[in-house]
Design a protein around this ligand. Sequence first.
Ligand code: ZN
Length: 431
Amino acid sequence: MSINYNDALSPYDNKGAVGMVELSESEEELDRKVSVLASLLTESKCCFVIMGAGVSTAAGIADFRGPNGVWTMEKEGKNSASIDFLEAKPTLTHYALVALEKAGILKWMVSQNVDGLCGRSGFPMDRLAELHGNVFCEKCDRCGRMYYRPFAIPTVGGKLTGRYCDGTPQGRRCRGRLIDFTLDWEGELPEPQYTTSCKFACDADLVLCLGTSLQIVPVGNYPLSVKRNGGKIVTVNLQKTKHEKKADLAIHAKVDQVMAKLMAAMGLSIDHLKEVPIDEPILESAHPMFKFEEKKKNKRMKKEEIKEEETEEKKVKKEEENQETSEEKIEEEKSEVIIREEEKIEELKEEEQEGSEEREEESEKAEEEKTEKNGEIEEEKRIEMNGESLESEENKSGRIKEEIDEVIAIVDEIPETAVHSTSVSQSFESL
Ligand SMILES: [Zn+2]
């Protein structure tokens, strides 16, 4: 591939629902729905188309969210099969849209594809808003002139290509530098195509959404503006779209199958339509620019209001993201707190362990000291007691001696009898 579009884009996280189940109408139901669509188109006064990647899958270019889409496969760790944009050929649906434009039914087309197939099918560039860009196009950064090339520009995001402007579309000299015309995520949508698309979103009475799940804003929200202003929504997509319930008619089938039946139902032919050179697209429609009459009630619904809605949506999205982040944060904080608590408990346990060891040591020490002290006291006591007892025995024996002496003196004084001497000698012996 001369440019790997998906790889060239910045990383993008808001991929929405991918790989959703594909639905399929029964043949009868499909015929009935196509017939309703033919009537809606015939009756419409201002119809525009929103084209998504599902239109180019038949050309061999991978979509994003289909079963084999870039993001679906990426989620499964695989690469999607996609052919080089240069080798791709416009599909039946591309040609059917050219036929609808030529018939004066289709007034405007918003494409989210960058493969350049709308231009190659011969769809007039002045009725086409390639809001996500075109890999075969360069734009002058000064006068805005578009240059279509027979090769893919290898960059995205409005980077300088190294080439210069030949002059303004009015023939004046211009020293502008050329930049690639493929939008990266968050890039500014190209003007004046964006403003015109917003006007159609406000004033159209019918929007036909082909091969898009309507998940990428602002384009994905255009049908809501149409509906709000009394218009109708028709979706043709294998998977359910984001605004499935708001659609007046939702057809689940391949876009080529639906458009083939539609051409037949409306009596339109695409057989005569041929591919035009990639660097020589049809610049102007055969019809004068459709002047859609702004209904009075719609006058207030301008681009600013759509922008306001987008801002609101972005705000809500940001809030949701913030909420998610704050929930994650809370969870993180919770687990941090738990970890901290556990660490604290662990520390406390360790401290307690150390403390108890210390206390044990202390108490052992105290016990030892106590024992030692007690020993000392005992020793002292013992010594004291021994001293006391010695002293008391000395005293006692002294006292007794004194008493004996007294007794002897008394005995000496009294007449000599044998009675008391026995008892005195007995008392003396008992000592
Ligand atoms: Zn220029």
